[in-house]
Design a protein around this ligand. Structure first.
Ligand code: HPA
Length: 285
């Protein structure tokens, strides 16, 4: 796999201009669909779909046969981009490829980003199937130097030293709470802190205990790099974790975290999550 330290501003711009020439709409909102949550794209009307492999410089898929595409269209009256399938660090992509679409979206005129993911629940109050609104994150790979902003800074995107204490937009959070209320989802909507690990192995019992002590409510393998880059170029961000499993916190437990359970829970809750996002997007201006 080709690895590049950084893309130039002009390279992001060329991809953005290529996409703008290929579509009629001018989206202001982008949604990244996490594992098993790509069905959101089905709700879009007047769709244009572009597979990642057709888009100049988009990372090449490492998962053969996986439908990975950008879907453009209208969601609840708003022009949107839906990213069906994201790039994960654990697949082998360097972090600048994981985040490549974010700067492209920014240069296309996108101002708001909704990120979704599947996550393991660390908070004992959480149940499988809960929807957690992310109010903060812990970038654990960042502690070891894996930050997508490492390298020379491109001022046209944003500042060298990015403030992250306001990463998740409070107004969007309130709007999402209103959406949850309108839809009658209060019983399974929570909020909390998302912690990213690089994966792909799931966590040991000791690691889960440590993450809980650090203040994390949910753990997953994505989202944080995209959020950092989105904030860097001034996008407003809202994040949702679907709690697909409870992590194993006890040596006597027979439970084993597995991808099948993660996907099954995603499928079971996908429709509720899609309705929530659609309602929220309808409220965004
Ligand atoms: N750990 C890490 N990532 C995950 C999990 C988990 O338990 N569930 C879904 N993604």
């Amino acid at each position: 796999m080709e690895t590049r330290e950084q893309y130039t501003y002009d390279e992001y711009k060329e991809t953005a201009d290529w996409l703008l020439a290929a579509i009629r709409i001018r989206p202001k909102v982008a949604v990244i669909c996490g594992s098993g949550l790509g069905g959101l794209a089905d709700l879009l009307s007047d769709k244009t779909m572009i597979p990642y492999e057709k888009i100049p410089r988009f990372p090449k898929s490492t998962v053969p046969g996986h439908a990975r595409k950008l879907v453009f269209g209208e969601l609840n009256g708003k022009q949107c981009i839906c990213m069906q399938g994201r790039f994960h660090f654990y697949e082998g992509y360097p972090v600048n490829e994981v985040t490549f679409p974010i700067r492209v979206f920014h240069l296309m005129g996108v101002e708001s980003l909704i990120v979704t993911n599947a996550a393991g629940g660390l908070n004992e109050q959480f149940k499988v199937g809960d929807i957690m609104f992310i109010n903060d994150h812990i970038n654990l790979p960042g502690f070891a130097g894996l930050n997508p902003l490492r390298g020379s800074n491109e001022e046209r995107f944003g500042v060298r030293f990015l403030c992250m204490s306001d990463a998740y937009d409070k107004a969007f959070h309130q709007m999402a709470l209103d959406s949850a209320q309108e839809l009658g989802y209060q019983d399974f909507v929570r909020d909390g802190v998302y912690c990213m690990l690089a994966g792909p192995s799931y966590e040991t019992v000791a690691e889960c205990r440590m993450l809980k002590m650090l203040g994390a409510d949910a753990v997953g393998m994505s989202t944080v790099p995209e959020v950092i880059l989105a904030r860097h170029c001034g996008m407003r961000v809202f994040g949702i974790s679907l709690i697909t499993n409870k992590v194993v916190m006890d040596y006597s437990s027979q439970a084993k975290t597995n991808h099948k359970e993660v996907l099954q829970t995603s499928r079971d809750r996908a429709e509720a999550l899609q309705r929530l996002i659609s309602n929220l997007v309808g409220k965004m201006d």
